[in-house]
Design a protein around this ligand. Structure first.
Ligand SMILES: C[S@@+](CC[C@H](N)C(=O)[O-])C[C@H]1O[C@@H](n2cnc3c(N)ncnc32)[C@H](O)[C@@H]1O
Length: 290
């Protein structure tokens, strides 16, 4: 699947590309392999651990000047002037890496006891603990209902408010214990996954950043430049679908800017899912600049 994705992204060997979600560097490595000596790749990650790991992994490519790692939110790609109208492709493999899920610092997984942080990086004003201990009940409820589609959102929000009156929630296990106090054990694990994902999406403002990125970066693409988005959440996929649709239509003032190359999103086959269970929920959409 990685090859199919990177073949979509890299349509010319000497182009300038952006991987907005470096992570462990799997896609970055596959993109760089497809480039000629003149090709360039900028890879972003908000997580300094991903940057540190990939600085070592790709030291040779970095020295040759073909790869530049940038420790920042991918939205910053829209302010790199060198890319304006010249970018040949963008890849976003959204969400978290398995390293982040297992990290004892990030607090992203309900399976690892860690401070309730959930930020991809060290920047950004608000952590999950800030939301859980300071936000109003209805806002906490909305996060779980909208971003997590969690049936227990209302009861969970009420229980969180009661719990924080006694003592602030500080760790992932504090939040897990609140959930365990009201959600039946046989469905607890699925609820926890939805609840933790919902707070992570809120902390990192993921949906709004995704929409800003798509709308901001499409004009940066050169003619035939590709944009390939791998999303794992129905709300993310809806944003990608709607933005691609908006940019593929003529309006009164602006002619259509892209052709959509995937009328239906691409999905992983059973073999891929066996190898990588996370691929079960992936939806991949591709658009090409006119
Ligand atoms: C699913 S992983 C990417 C895995 C990568 N494609 C690979 O092959 O190893 C997503 C990565 O993107 C980063 N990330 C997510 N949203 C980001 C954003 N808005 N700006 C910068 N990095 C982001 C996360 O920190 C994480 O390391």
């Amino acid at each position: 699947m990685r090859d199919i994705i990177c073949d979509y992204v890299v349509w010319k060997k000497d182009g300038i590309y952006v991987d907005g979600t470096l992570g462990g560097g799997g896609h970055t490595g596959a993109i760089v392999e497809r480039l000629s000596e003149e090709g360039r790749l900028y890879s972003f990650d908000a997580d300094k651990e991903a940057i540190r790991h990939c600085s070592e992994r790709f030291a040779e490519e970095i020295n040759k000047g073909r790869l530049t790692l940038i420790h920042d939110n991918f939205i910053r790609a829209c302010s790199i002037e060198e890319l304006r109208g010249k970018a040949s492709g963008l890849l976003l493999d959204l969400g978290v890496s398995s390293k982040q899920l297992d990290s004892a610092q990030r607090g992203i997984s309900h399976r690892v006891n860690a401070p309730l942080d959930m930020r991809f990086g060290d920047e950004g004003e608000c952590t999950a603990a800030d939301i859980l201990n300071e936000w109003k009940e209805e806002d906490i409820e909305r996060i779980m209902r909208v971003f997590g589609e969690e049936p227990f959102s209302r009861a969970m929000a009420r229980r969180i408010i009661q719990r924080r009156r006694a003592a602030p929630l500080r760790t992932t296990f504090d939040l897990r214990d609140v959930a365990a106090s009201l959600i039946p054990p046989h469905i607890l694990s699925k609820s926890l996954a939805r609840i933790f994902q919902a707070f992570r999406i809120a902390v990192n403002d993921e949906l709004s950043i995704l929409e800003q990125m798509l709308r901001g970066f499409i004009p940066f693409l050169e003619s035939h430049g590709r944009i390939v988005i791998m999303s794992y959440h129905s709300l993310e996929d809806r944003i990608v679908k709607n933005v691609f649709r908006d940019f593929s239509r003529n309006t009164d003032d602006i002619p259509a800017m892209v052709n959509i190359l995937t009328s239906k999103p691409l999905e992983a086959d059973e073999e891929e899912i066996m190898r990588n269970p996370r691929a079960r929920s992936v939806k991949i959409r591709v658009a090409e600049k006119k």
